[in-house]
Design a protein around this ligand. Structure first.
Ligand code: SAM
Length: 304
């Protein structure tokens, strides 16, 4: 039987003896998520050092991260004091993950963090308290991972059945809220969508939830706003590409954006400019025609 080679993070997990590979299978997914960040000078916080009440036990996960991210500063937080020999790029702090003063001090001393991994008590209330306190502080592109989310269903961890307030439910509401601007188009939204405007991505894996920070205010196609900074950046790219590219694509996209924003003059100008370079292009011809007749069409509320 041929053996599938281990990815580099799983190989480090095996070397250091963390349960992130073996009892669990997190490291292949972590490698998929983090491989492009390996050389970055980032700051990673892992809640839960391991070894529980034994001061000279634990630290396997921290050693793995320290080897995987050689230029990063790795910080571990544990409820219990630790007396562990660690690589130079690792710091261990003591305190409880549900204590706001501990988290504030940690952020002040060792932050801002780019990646946070919660592998601490796994008590539902603690997981939520840590997330609410730290997730909003992550920078754009920051990543927050909650491990062992199966505990959210297990009573001894304060777990309850699905739909009754665990980290899964919070993650679901954020995931749904990623589309809140599209929902708003249909009418006022009554959704409680905390963090939806600052989240780019929510990934559900088995026993693992990954949240990636990112601005999520880019306007909906049905309510386009060319004044939005994200749209302005896109328009700059399109303008540059329109003058440099040998295809009608940038002019077509420029015209469509203006059309969606309700600016038929700008849509016509973009389509006409593109047509001057690509005479007879059917898509640009259609855009020009649409932009010309749009002002003559009744608005939706005028149609009975
Ligand atoms: C599963 S172990 C962590 C394993 C480690 N992350 C690794 O991969 O090697 C969980 C750790 O969380 C710690 N812990 C428990 N309750 C905590 C709390 N309220 N705040 C911080 N850490 C806590 C425990 O002492 C234990 O060492």
């Amino acid at each position: 039987m041929t053996e599938t080679p281990l990815d580099p993070l799983s190989a480090l997990a095996v070397r250091h003896g963390t349960d992130k590979y073996g009892e669990h299978l997190y490291t292949p997914d972590y490698h998929r998520l983090f491989a492009h960040l390996r050389d970055r000078k980032l700051r990673l916080l892992e809640v839960g050092v391991g070894g529980y009440g034994y001061p000279d036990h634990g630290g396997q996960g921290l050693r793995m991260w320290a080897a995987y991210f050689p230029h990063a500063h790795i910080v571990g937080l544990d409820l219990h004091p630790k007396r562990l020999a660690m690589p130079a790029n690792v710091t261990i702090r003591q305190g409880s993950q549900d204590d706001p003063a501990v988290l504030d001090r940690l952020w002040h001393q060792d932050g801002p963090f780019d990646i946070i991994i919660d592998d601490g008590s796994h008590q539902v209330a603690h997981v939520l308290a840590t997330f609410h306190h730290l997730y909003p502080r992550l920078p754009d592109d920051g990543i927050y991972v909650v491990e062992d989310t199966q505990t959210a269903f297990w009573p001894e961890y304060g777990g309850t059945p699905p739909g009754t307030g665990s980290i899964h439910d919070l993650a679901h509401s954020i995931a749904l809220g990623l589309n809140r601007l599209e929902m708003e188009v249909a009418g006022p939204v009554a959704l409680d969508t905390p963090y939806a405007a600052i989240t780019h991505e929510v990934r559900f894996l088995r026993n693992l939830i990954v949240f990636q920070r990112g601005d999520n205010t880019y306007p909906s196609i049905r309510k386009f706003d060319v004044g939005h900074p994200g749209v302005r950046a896109v328009l700059q790219h399109l303008d540059r590409a329109g003058h440099e590219a040998a295809t009608p694509g940038p002019w077509l996209t420029r015209a469509k954006i203006a059309f969606s924003a309700g600016d038929m003059v700008a849509a016509s100008i973009a389509a006409a400019t593109g047509l001057a370079r690509f005479p007879g292009n059917p898509d640009l011809t259609q855009m020009l025609a649409l932009a010309s007749i749009r002002p003559l069409m009744p608005a939706a509320h005028e149609i009975r």
